[in-house]
Design a protein around this ligand. Structure first.
Ligand SMILES: NC(=O)c1ccc[n+]([C@@H]2O[C@H](COP(=O)([O-])OP(=O)(O)OC[C@H]3O[C@@H](n4cnc5c(N)ncnc54)[C@H](O)[C@@H]3O)[C@@H](O)[C@H]2O)c1
Length: 435
């Protein structure tokens, strides 16, 4: 992977979002409101963080756009695909995340974002029932139609660069199958053969994005770009990819809290996480096959922070369970409970309880912005393949499992990786000084 200073962010950046639901409309509305000066992009690293560059007497703390060239929020153009025909305004209202007073000032811009027809297969999300769907016969045709959408958007809006972000529903779990997902040639053949069991619609979006020179971010836990065939395509096209699954509520807490246990050499007997959620995401995840994808993603966090092989006395056989319960009255306001059974000196047990009353889409929206802006930055810096420095924003960071590579889930190690990548892309030295 090349290590070079990022090219300037000239012209407009097109962000094409797959899914126009709660997360994406909260993201888009927030960006439109922020650029009118009517809301603050709270939670966004690219808009707020100040990162140290230099050391000793030379050190300074700079905002990301003072370290590297970044587009302003005014330079962004949006487009979206969805299974339902509701425009971004209707969808933002339906999602009930934001109050009308925080949507209406940008109503005209939201009304103009009408979803493109989705590349969709109901078998991948049984609970969805929209008809704004592409009429295609094979997965190959699906990808071709999405490629056409990307080219049309580029031409119509005159954007210089495009990023494609998946913020659509979690698909059913597709286990990596090396006969199909192992090489680009096999993947393309399977798309042409319309192998619907192994080629998820999300793979058609990712394939289309990369073929059209657009970096791709996977915000759900889908395996999509987490397969060798996509790594090969990203390398061939010299494009960055990132995934999977926005790290928002409970997993953010987990990856930030587990280091307390791990660094103080306390033991763990069990960690039970459960939550209630009532939005459409919760509805889709109520389907066991869709929940399975999420479960695989959520479970991976702890095991790489508190590792039995490294500390057998402390972390052997702890019981880790994650549950999501669909509960409509709460809508997007998720409530999570964590019960952590730890043990200390001479094995004496203790308990920690965390009750997080969060707002799912409010936590996810800044991650959408940061992931899109930073993967575009990586592209301008000539980086390609899986962008490990973006793990900070992701629940289940992509890693080369064919080589037994272990992902970094520890929030503060991820933060060091993020800051160092930004420093390097701005021409500064990477380091691990204490800030
Ligand atoms: N909100 C969070 O904190 C959070 C955290 C991690 C991951 N996520 C993931 O982000 C995604 C979006 O969450 P949300 O709350 O906005 O869900 P949502 O149900 O409100 O929106 C998803 C939208 O995607 C659309 N869709 C589904 N399949 C599609 C396809 N093939 N093409 C185009 N559109 C499609 C649906 O019609 C729906 O409108 C989910 O996968 C969720 O698991 C959310």
């Amino acid at each position: 992977m090349a290590n070079q200073i990022a090219k300037p962010a000239t012209g407009k950046l097109g962000i094409m979002v797959v899914g126009l639901g709660a997360v994406s409309t909260t993201f888009i509305t927030g960006v439109l409101m922020a650029r009118k000066g009517l809301a603050k992009p709270v939670g966004s690293t690219t808009q707020y963080d100040k990162i140290r560059v230099g050391r000793g007497a030379d050190k300074k703390y700079l905002k990301v756009n003072e370290i590297v060239s970044m587009p302003s929020l005014n330079d962004i153009e949006f487009a979206a695909w969805d299974v339902y025909p509701a425009n971004a305004y209707e969808s933002a209202i339906n999602a009930e995340v934001l109050k009308e007073k925080d949507i209406n000032p940008v109503k005209d811009e939201l009304l103009a974002i009408k979803p493109l027809k989705a590349g969709f297969d109901k078998n991948y999300a049984k609970r969805l029932d929209g008809d704004n769907v592409k009429d295609v016969k094979t997965r190959w045709e699906m990808a071709e139609a999405i490629r056409e959408d990307i080219r049309n958007f580029k031409a119509e809006k005159g954007v210089e660069r495009i990023v494609v972000l998946w913020a659509a529903s979690t698909e059913i779990y597709v286990a990596p199958n090396m006969a199909v997902h192992g090489t680009l040639a096999a993947l393309e053949q399977a798309m042409k053969d319309n192998d619907t069991a192994n080629i998820a619609p999300s793979m058609c979006y990712a394939y289309a994005a990369l073929m059209e020179d657009a970096p791709f971010v996977m915000g759900a836990p889908n395996t999509t770009v987490d397969i060798p065939a996509m790594w090969e395509l990203a390398e061939k096209k010299q494009l960055p990819i990132a995934g999977k699954d926005f790290k928002t509520g409970q997993t953010l807490v987990k990856s930030g809290f587990a280091p307390i246990i791990g660094t103080r050499m306390l033991g763990l007997n069990g960690w039970f996480s459960t939550n209630i959620l009532g939005n459409r995401d919760g509805l889709v995840l109520d389907e066991p096959a869709n929940f399975r994808t999420k479960e695989v993603s959520k479970l991976s966090t702890l095991e790489s922070i508190l590792v039995a092989e490294k500390q057998p006395d402390l972390y052997t056989d702890y019981y880790h369970k994650v549950r999501i319960n669909y509960y409509p009255p709460r809508n997007d306001n998720k409530e999570g409970w964590d019960n952590i059974d730890i043990f200390g000196w001479m094995g004496y047990p203790m308990q920690i309880k965390i009750n997080f009353l969060c707002r799912d889409s409010i936590l996810a929206a800044p991650l959408c912005l940061d992931l899109c802006l930073l993967i575009d930055l990586a592209h301008r810096a000539g980086r390609w393949g899986t962008q490990r420095f973006l793990s900070f924003f992701l629940k289940s960071p992509q890693h080369d499992y064919t080589q037994d590579e272990v992902p970094v889930n520890h929030l503060f190690q991820q933060y060091v990786m993020l800051k160092n990548a930004i420093r390097e892309m701005g021409g500064y030295e990477a380091d691990e000084e204490i800030d």
